[in-house]
Every structure is written in C-alpha cells, then in structure tokens.
Design a protein around this ligand. Sequence first.
Ligand SMILES: Nc1nc2c(ncn2[C@@H]2O[C@H](COP(=O)(O)OP(=O)(O)OP(=O)(O)O)[C@@H](O)[C@H]2O)c(=O)[nH]1
Ligand SMILES: [Mg+2]
Length: 421
Amino acid sequence: MVSATILPMTFVDEVTVHARAGRGGDGSSSILREPFKPRGGPDGGDGGDGGDVVFEVSMGLRDLAWLADHPHPRGTNGGSGGKQGRTGAKGEDLVVAVPDGTRVEDEASLVADLVGEGSRAIVARGGRGGQGNASLASGRERVPRAAEAGERGQERRLRVELRLVADIGLVGLPNAGKSTLLATLTAARPKIADYPFTTLSPNLGVAGEPGQRFVVADIPGLVEGAHAGKGLGHRFLRHVSRCRGLVLVVDLATADPAADLATVGDELEAYDPDLIRRPSLVVGTKTDLAPDADPKTVLGADALAVSAVSGQGMDALRERLSGLAQRAADEAQERRPYVVLRPARPRFQVRRDGHRFRVIGRGVERLVAEADLDDPTTLERLQKRLVREGVERALATAGARKGDEVVIGQVAFEFLPEAET
Ligand SMILES: Nc1nc2c(ncn2[C@@H]2O[C@H](COP(=O)(O)OP(=O)(O)OP(=O)(O)O)[C@@H](O)[C@H]2O)c(=O)[nH]1
Ligand SMILES: [Mg+2]
C-alpha cells in the first residue's frame, strides 16, 4: 500500500546554495579548404557564452523553499564554435524566482539585495566563449592553428536569506495578540490560538484604503533574550529589520504590561539600536479582559487600547496605522531596487611559498588555461601577454628568481624572466 504523508509547509528563510553558471563554448580551429585554392583561411567560429544564474524577485513567492529543494542552480553551457565561422549557441540563463527581500552573500561580501518586483541580479556569471581561429587571426599570425577554449562558468557558494519587506511590523511577546490584529486589519488569516508561539513564521497582510495600501507583517513572538537566540530568536528579528514602522503589541491583561513593553523594547534595541528609533506606535490589546487598566499610564501617553472581541479602539487604530505608515514611508530612505557590491580587486595576486610562487587571478588563470601550451607560437604569445599584464614584474617584486617554480591555475612554469634571457 502506498502511504503518503503531507508535511506541514515550512517557511524557509535561509538557505545555502551552490550556483554554477554555464561554461563558455570552445572556439573552433577550422581551416577552410576549397578546391583550386592553394591555401584556405582560418574559419573557426567563436564559442557561445555560458548561461548565467540569475535571481529575480517575484512578488507571489513567500519564501525560499524552491531554492532549498534545488540547491544547485546551474546555467547551461555555451555551444562550441564551428566551421565556416559559425558561432556556438549562447548557453541558457537559469532565472530563479525569489521572494521580495532576498539577500545574497558569498563568502566575502554582499552580492545582491533584491527588493521590488522584477529586481534581478546575476549571482553566477557564465564563462565567455573561446575565440575561434578566425577571430584570432592577425597580421602577424594569419593562420592560427589553435583556438581558445571556453572559459569556465563562475561557481559560487551563496548564502541566501530572506528579509521580509513590509511597511509596518507587529512585534510583541508571544500571545500578545499580534496575529489577531493582523486578521482584524487585513484579509490575512494567520493561525490564532491561546498559547505562545502560535505563529512560527511571519505573515504578511495588506491594510489601508485603496490608493493608500500598506503591508503589515506579523512577526513571531519575541521573548527576553531573543536577540541572543532565545525562543525563536533573531531568525525573526531580522524580518523586523526591514519594516519601516513598528507597532509594539502589548497584552493589557498580563500581570505587568509595562514590564512586557520594556522587554520588547530592550530586545529590539539589543538586536539593532536603529529599530527603536523607527516611527512606532504602542498598542495595548485585550482591553476587554482588563477594563480597569489605563493604557496611558501603563504604556505611555501615546498608547492606544484595543479589543478584538468588542471591537473597541479598532477604528482609531486603523487611522493611527495609516498615519504611521505614511510617516514611516516619508522618513525611510528611498529603497534601492537592488545593490550589487563588487569590491575593487587587483587583477591578480602573487603568493609565495618557499621557492614556489603562485599567481592567483581570474584573468591571468584564464589566459593560461586557454592557451595550447604545446604550440610554441601560442606559448610565446602567452608569455608576452603575461609580461604586459605585469605578472613578471610582480613575481620579481615578490622575490622570484630565475629557475623558481611559478604556478598559474593548473600549470607550473619555470621562472625565466625576459630581462635575463
Ligand atoms: N479577550 C481577548 N482575547 C484576545 C484579544 N486579542 C487576542 N486575543 C486572544 O489571545 C490569544 C493569542 O492571540 P494571537 O493573536 O494568537 O497572539 P500572538 O501575539 O499572535 O501570539 P504568538 O503568535 O504566539 O506570538 C488568542 O487566544 C486570541 O484569541 C482581545 O482583544 N481580547
Ligand atoms: Mg501569532
């Protein structure tokens, strides 16, 4: 018998993936031979570029579940060049739909922060196609016999995380009534129950009047120590970080609502001091259960008291919320569609290891990887190129002497500086 289990949908807001872009196609090294022509020309076409891996925001998506199930996104390889100057096909890009607010980091830095419908970034770049011998022909070398190999596609280990994008975030201790507020203010139907940590993943809802809509996020309950990982911890505090305005939700029927409010404020501040400077509003809930509590004295002069049961204070809350959303939008910096940071890097580095020197750099490694080292002409051309790139000088500066071993990519050379030969 076949038995099927339906697993509860989990909310994935963190995932590590290995993205690999497509390899560039090899260039062709074909020589045209035609009857009655003593010598044909080189007619090998270029290889096509490899496909990129691209992330693109799609508003319909809730989380990163697709990436969690497909942690090896790949671009397609480019096609090889052919005879008669035929260019290889470009590899297909893989476009992965991600939710609004997806941040991508590699080991060193932020790669992209994707906010807004259609924001996209290349997270792994396809390799360039190799040049065919037709493109490589020059005045000095009219009939090159070799063609370039295609470049490898970029391969990257990426940490992808979601930081929800919302105008207003509802924050508070577990069981304070946050989800109830979201359900009252918006069409969202979050789970509501009389125990803490009912909400295990953030819910979004749209509130406000037509033309003045704003997105409200119901964030799972915070507890004392959340900033240090307690309870559901900062997994969810990070979703607060992108809310432009905050509503601090406090249950008026607990033993000490003022202390609860202080705890929430402390947790926000400990996580990121900027959070408590955001435009905010304090809302006391369950006023039907605590008719004697005066929210102004307990929670501050600006606080509002509401009850989801009697509906008391709800109209006032709606009004205050759209004011807050407006103020928060005015104060917030313009959201950039996305940032892509590429720190400037020297084109290569020389690392010394005894008498062995390693030259590390994408461009330089590529030159070597693609050269046909058995062909003396190519080898000579490579050597000149490396000199022009400043590799020889850098090696000398690093202390390389004649006869030392120099490793570039997968190839080892003997260091024979031109100056001394
Ligand atoms: N009497 C009364 N009960 C309320 C009111 N608001 C919420 N509740 C109840 O309080 C309990 C908790 O409400 P939730 O909205 O689930 O609270 P929450 O803050 O989302 O809780 P977590 O998701 O666990 O953090 C539920 O049993 C609600 O029915 C209110 O205004 N009056
Ligand atoms: Mg809840």
